[in-house]
Structure formats: C-alpha cells, structure tokens
Design a protein around this ligand. Structure first.
Ligand code: SAH
Length: 386
C-alpha cells in the first residue's frame, strides 16, 4: 500500500537520526505503545504513551561534527549512521533553533579566525565538534568547542564576536579530545568564557548543568516524566529515598519536598558536583549526593542494614546490573520507580525484580524522542504482599 505521508525532513534518508520520519506523529506514538506492550505487557497493563503537542524543536542539546569533505570544504552536521561521512544538516527540525543558529555562526566565523577543522585522514587541523546546550526555561546557552589541542591563538576575539552575536551565550568551554573513536567529549576542559555552566528550571527547581553532566534532552517531556515518577513513588514526607543513577540530581530534588531525605548516587563526578550545587541552589537541606557505581553503593547499603523506603533508578540504555538489582532485592524498599530509556533492558531487569518479589503496578511510556525510535518508560513496582 502506498504511504501518502511525506517525511518532513529533507535529510532523513541520509541522516538516520530520526528512524520514524516516514510515519505521521500519531502513528509513531501507536508504534511505541505497541512496542512497550509487546516487551512489557506480560508484567502489567501498559498505558498509551504520552506524546508531545508540538513534536518539533524539542532537543535542548545539539551536537555538530566538523570535518573536510572530499573537496576540502568545511562541512558540519550529523554523522551518517555507521560511517564518518557528515550529513550537512545545519537546521534540524528536532533541534533547538537558537542552538542550531550558534553552530551556523561558528562555521561562518572559522576562516576569519584562521580556525582549521580537524581532518581525520591527515591528522591535521584543530576543531572536531561543537556542542551547544540550551536551558529551555532560562534561554542560557552553553557552547563547547571540542578540539585536539588547548592552543587557540584567536580565542579572545573569536569568543568576543561569538558572544556579541549570541548574547544568550553564558559559557564557552574548550574540551580537549585528541583520541580516535566515537566519544565526543574528552576529559580535559579549559574555560574560555563565563562560569563554564548554564542553569535551567524544571518542575519549579533550578539546576546547574556542566558540559559533561547528563541532562535530559527534551525539557517539555522531562517535566511530565519526572511528575509521573514522583507520583509513582507515593511519597508522604516520611520516606528515605534513593535516587540511583541520579545525574545532576533532578529526580531526587523534584521528589525531595515530599520526602524526609533523598540520597543520590551517580558515577560521573561532574554531575555529582552539579547535584550538590543544585540542592544548595534550591535551598534544600534534605538531599545528599555521592559519587560512585550505583551497584556498589546499593551493595553497601544492603550490608549496612539501611533501608530506603523508595528507590528511583534511571540507568543508561544498558539498564541496571545484577549487583544493583540483587542488592535492591535485599534492601527491599516498599516501592521502586524504574525510569528507563530502553524497553528491552527494562524487560530484562523487570524479570529479575518480579522474580525477586516485586509486582509491577503501573507502566507509563513517555515520548521523549519524537521522530526517533527511542522509547522512555516509567514503571511503578511494589513489594508483593504489602
Ligand atoms: N536521572 C538523571 C540521569 C539519568 S541518565 C536524569 O534524569 O537526568 C543515567 C545516568 O547514570 C548518567 O548520569 C550516568 O552518568 C549515570 N551512570 C552510568 N553508569 C552508572 C553506574 N554504574 N553507577 C551510577 N551512575 C551511573
């Protein structure tokens, strides 16, 4: 049967970033709910996914790779899937327009400031990527230039012109990455302008965000996601809450007003520093954050005999691990709220938790990534017999 729908993006065939471009939005939502039912339906009833009213320009984080094409012309955009060819998509329908505009300005400024783009074939040149993040509520922009060396002779006038052209820029950071491979950001940074961070507001709380900290990319849907997670936690003000894989502390801080205390654990030290600042920024005295592996922390918690009443876990796509889940079962919190960005690993982990005595009460998918195939879900589990 012929599909009458025209994919809205001219780059979609080459880019591969939006796998569901060929489907109208309502259809994408049906497909995602269907996927959740097929993977998670055996654990409990799956609610229809919460979609966006306006599913465009939602990404607050934009990444552009810079390279030379075959004619040695500077191109910037998105890597074609499975290759290092760049699709020169300078205006993307799912990315924040102000962030895209900064990237276009930077590309246009390169010749005047004698900035050479890094060429993987010859190993010469300097600039590899530009990352722009925008605080949706504050409008603040964070620009990260990823380059192979800290030597940047035209730094001062370049930053001056860039920040004059885009006064919403609050920070410019130079990140050093001289390694081959898929990782965009290196571990060393040099501050070029501003405090090196931006702030945003989510669910009524203020959050500081550093360049290498995780922050949800779709702020409109994140508010719905967090409110759902906090609702599923059923807090009364008396609970000790563990926020595992907490990033900059967003879920725990959102839940903190309804809890006695919140403890967050997170592997990325920059994110933990942000989380501690964020508790202060919001005047919260009942939130603590610690750096480390969530599984190791959970194991220690189980040994110590400390019993969180509620555990939030929001692991990366790979899901949680045996160590975390086994220790979670030992701690036996009354409620577990699992926020997942991959229903496959979620299904695997729910298997462990349900076999360990938990019952799935609610499953709410939330569309955090319209036009792409990615699916986020929130699951409420309670200890069977409670
Ligand atoms: N809850 C946060 C972050 C979710 S993303 C939010 O909503 O913004 C997942 C987070 O898990 C990332 O910040 C990542 O750095 C962290 N992480 C990955 N592996 C981890 C591990 N083994 N232990 C603790 N945190 C981990």
């Amino acid at each position: 049967m012929e599909n009458a729908f025209t994919p809205p993006c001219p780059y979609y065939k080459k880019c591969g970033g939006c796998q569901l471009q060929a489907l109208p939005y309502a259809e994408q939502l049906r497909k995602k709910t269907g996927l959740c039912i097929s993977l998670l339906g055996k654990f409990g009833h799956v609610e229809p996914i919460w979609g966006m009213d306006e599913p465009t320009r939602y990404r607050n984080k934009v990444h552009a790779a810079f390279a030379l094409d075959n004619r040695r012309k500077v191109v910037c955009g998105i890597y074609q899937p499975g290759s290092h060819a760049i699709v020169p998509a300078e205006d993307c329908m799912i990315e924040d327009a102000a962030a895209d505009a900064v990237i276009r300005t930077i590309r246009a400024m390169l010749p005047a400031y004698k900035i050479k783009v890094f060429d993987e074939r010859s190993g010469t040149g300097w600039l590899r990527h530009v990352l722009v993040r925008r605080g949706f509520a504050t409008g603040e922009l964070l620009v990260v230039l990823v380059a192979v060396s800290p030597i940047f002779p035209t730094q001062k006038p370049f930053v001056k012109e860039l920040t004059e052209k885009h006064p919403e820029i609050k920070s410019v950071v130079l990140n050093l990455n001289d390694r081959f491979g898929p990782v965009v950001l290196g571990t060393r940074e040099k501050l070029l302008y501003g405090p090196g961070t931006i702030e945003d507001v989510l669910c009524g709380h203020r959050f500081r965000i550093s360049p290498r900290s995780f922050y949800q990319v779709n702020p409109v849907q994140t508010e719905k996601l967090y409110r759902c997670a906090v609702d599923f936690a059923g807090l009364t003000g008396k609970e000790t809450v563990l926020d595992a894989y907490c990033g900059i502390g967003t879920i725990g801080i959102t839940a903190s007003e309804k809890a006695r205390q919140v403890i967050g654990v997170e592997l990325n030290r920059d994110a933990v520093r942000d989380a501690i600042v964020n508790a202060k920024l919001n005047g919260l005295k009942n939130c603590w954050f610690t750096a480390g592996d969530a599984g190791e922390y959970m194991e220690q918690t189980a040994h110590s005999g400390l019993r969180p009443d509620v555990v939030f876990l929001d692991p990366p796509r790979a899901g949680s691990d045996e160590r975390f889940l086994r220790s979670l079962l030992k701690c036996a919190p009354a409620r577990v709220v699992y926020v997942s960005c991959d229903p496959k690993t979620l299904a695997r982990d729910l298997e462990t938790l349900t076999q360990g005595g938990y019952r799935v009460e609610k499953i709410q998918p939330v569309d955090m990534f319209p036009w792409t195939e990615h699916v986020e879900s929130v699951v409420k589990l309670t200890r069977a017999g409670l």
